[in-house]
Design a protein around this ligand. Structure first.
Ligand code: 4AD
Ligand code: MG
Length: 435
């Protein structure tokens, strides 16, 4: 029996007999020769079936197989300069593992995005989606490697939480036994802070939830976030950590996926090559000035969120991600430490170039007990729900900082994908819960 090999490894088997297993992506025939395009998840290859090598029934069947039929094909690997991968299979035997139904919804024609999203479970099989899944995998691994190599400990935060972390307007409520209600976590940060006081350098990595009523290209209701948190780190250290992380992720993705980013996703990778630290740093005030200068008629004023179009306008002034820091204190969540004047929150946002938006948000945390209690009250949050968090300020409080990086927006930036719904295997938005 010939050895089973993957298409990605085919170059090692020139002249040898092998078995390939996969799905029928396409086929055509010249009568005596059938050409079956086989996809196995690692690549795609043309398999040529010559009439003289097969019994009549099998040969006829090969010309009537429906798209996505699962096949096992055995034959000899031949060099072929016309093939995009340089090889084809000269098939000698075919086994139909299972014949696909004739009505595969994603045939070889153009489909609208809504239809594709309805068929996301099948759309994942396209070469474009396979590349995106691969990049996402590399991004997650690069993030973990980055922190692991720097002595961070991965600490998992709970999904069910007793209180809001990022404002009460985007909370998902869940009934929770006799305890009343729980909320799906908006961010693992508060738990990351507890972990940092235990292990020094911690990171939380998992899904987070926001009841976002915005239907923008950058918002999901469920997304993945990595959140490092470091004891004795200040805002300056936080900025360095953020740019180092992004630099590492971009480098790793380019090293592994450059070719398919270009050929399958048509990504202009020169745009990514610049993303090396140090990143430019501007204050929020400077950002507002720049926006007003660039677009004198902009309605934005000091104290407003820099959102959507303005974020893009600002980011396009730089050739790599830009760090915006020192925000008006009122704009930011209760846990931010403020500068000496009290006017600014020691926060940072990292904006990706080309309109992919804010990929990182974070900053230095308020470490003083009394100040923090007051901030929780000012934010009209229930102080009782935060008693455990306040303990961190009672028992050995230290300056500390961290941030959250959104995986989907990062993948969108790397792949050059307009909408984040394509960067997560099964997107959840206000209007989508299926498949
Ligand atoms: O700026 P955000 O809201 O920050 C926090 O949640 C902090 N607690 C993180 C921390 O300091 N540990 O969110 C952080 C990042 C954003 O920059 C963005 O990349 C992503 O999470 N993000 C979203 N991604 C997709 N859909 C949404 N609705 C998102 N909301 C935030
Ligand atoms: Mg933010």
């Amino acid at each position: 029996m010939a050895a089973h090999v993957y298409i990605a490894d085919i170059a090692h088997y020139e002249g040898q007999e092998v078995t390939l297993r996969g799905w029928l992506a396409n086929r055509r025939s010249s009568g005596k020769l059938h050409f079956l395009q086989l996809r196995d998840g690692t690549g795609s290859i043309q398999c040529v079936l010559f009439k003289g090598d097969f019994d009549e029934e099998t040969f006829k069947r090969a010309d009537h197989l429906n798209q996505e039929s699962a096949l096992s094909l055995t034959g000899v690997v031949k060099k072929d300069p016309r093939s995009p991968i340089g090889f084809e299979l000269s098939a000698k035997a075919m086994e139909v593992v299972s014949e696909a139904a004739p009505d595969y919804p994603l045939g070889h024609k153009e489909h609208g995005v809504a239809f594709l999203m309805d068929n996301r479970h099948l759309w994942l099989r396209s070469s474009r989606q396979r590349v995106i899944l691969g990049v996402r995998h590399t991004v997650v691994k690069a993030i973990r490697d980055f922190f692991d190599e720097r002595g961070f400990t991965l600490v998992d935060a709970p999904m069910f939480t007793p209180a809001a972390c990022e404002g009460t307007s985007t909370l998902f409520e869940v009934p929770y036994f006799d305890l009343g209600k729980a909320y799906l976590t908006q961010s693992g940060q508060l738990y990351g802070e507890a972990a940092a006081m235990a292990v020094g350098k911690a990171y939380v990595f998992g899904p987070t939830f926001r009841a976002e009523k915005s239907k923008t290209r950058r918002h999901l209701t469920e997304f993945w976030m990595v959140e490092p948190e470091v004891a004795f780190m200040d805002l300056a250290g936080d900025m360095e950590l953020a740019e180092q992380l992004i630099g590492h992720v971009v480098r790793t993705v380019l090293a592994k996926h450059r070719q398919e980013l270009v050929s399958v996703l048509e990504r202009d990778v020169t745009k990514l090559e610049n993303a090396t630290p140090p990143f430019p740093r501007i204050t929020y005030d400077e950002a507002i000035d720049r926006l007003k200068t660039a677009r004198p008629d902009t309605p934005i004023k000091w104290g407003d969120d820099i959102g959507g179009d303005e974020e893009t306008l600002l980011a396009n002034m730089f050739d790599r991600p830009v760090i915006v820091h020192h925000f008006p204190a009122e704009m930011k969540a209760f846990y931010f430490k403020r500068d000496a004047t009290g006017k600014y929150a020691l926060g940072l946002d990292v904006l990706a170039p080309e309109g992919y938006g804010e990929i990182i948000g974070g900053g230095q945390r308020e470490e003083d007990y009394d100040t923090l209690v007051q901030r929780i009250r000012d934010a009209k949050l229930p102080v009782e729900a935060f008693d455990w968090y306040l303990d961190l300020r009672r028992y050995g409080s230290v300056p500390h900082a961290g941030f959250g990086l959104g995986v989907e927006r990062t993948v969108a930036y790397l792949c050059g994908i307009h909408h984040v719904r394509e960067t997560i295997p099964f997107a959840r938005t206000m209007e989508r819960l299926k498949p």
